[in-house]
Design a protein around this ligand. Sequence first.
Ligand code: FES
Length: 292
Amino acid sequence: MRVSTVSGFAVSARSAVVATNSPINDRVALHTKQAPYRTYAMAFEIARDVLPDALYWDTLDPYHYVRLQPGEGKTDFLIVGGEDHKTGQADDADDRFAALADWIKGLVPDIGTEATRWSGQVMETVDYAGFIGRNPGNRHVFVVTGDSGQGITHGVVAGQLISDLILKGESPWRELYEPSRKTVRAIGDYLAENATTIRSFAEYVAPGEIDSADKLRPGEGAIVREGLTKVAAFRDEDGTLHKRSASCTHVGCHVHWNSLERCWDCPCHGSHFAVDGTALNGPAVSPLGSVG
Ligand code: FES
């Protein structure tokens, strides 16, 4: 097979592995079995040996996770994460960080000052195991996705499992991570996750979030209706207005503004776009369309 990129790079190979976090090689097959969630994390200084070094998490909804990162001298970092929501369905990062800080300070009163905070996106599968193996319908195309917050573990699994499938034709882990699997338990989740897509298309007939892009202040983004078109509008610090189509270039869902990361997020399958429309995160690979 021949794999080529938009920048003109091309390679021929017997097998190809798509390890792009969210697969960019199909429009539907795996995207209807996993959903994107935005997660939030903070790092606090903590004196060494206050907590045993382990992975901790709870079973709340939304859940929380805690781990230690070695620092210098006698100070380590306590990384606290969680307060997840489905991508594009909330834009209240400050509240999520405040909830995270309250939660950990209630459990570990001895933590020090906050060192940094960030957010990221997690692809959750319907049964919380990754999709690692042959792409459905392809013999020589392999995928790694649906890490469900276990990307480091899944990376190791993928390295072993996919190399075995390519070189030996079989792996003892094949069935567990089979991308084409469908469990009975997962069917309810499958239907619920795909309701996001239906809701997203309904947004095209709703009014814009503001009635005119003139109302945007520097650093703000919002969806504006212009005639029959929905526009993703952002005003930068210089006052320049950036306008792109609000239609995701994967399969057309309606993007949402992410004020923390300053990008446009697609709630359906997790694509992200920069304020100038550039595709930042798959499955979309093309920029948001231009508007007149
Ligand atoms: Fe699939 Fe946007 S990521 S429609």
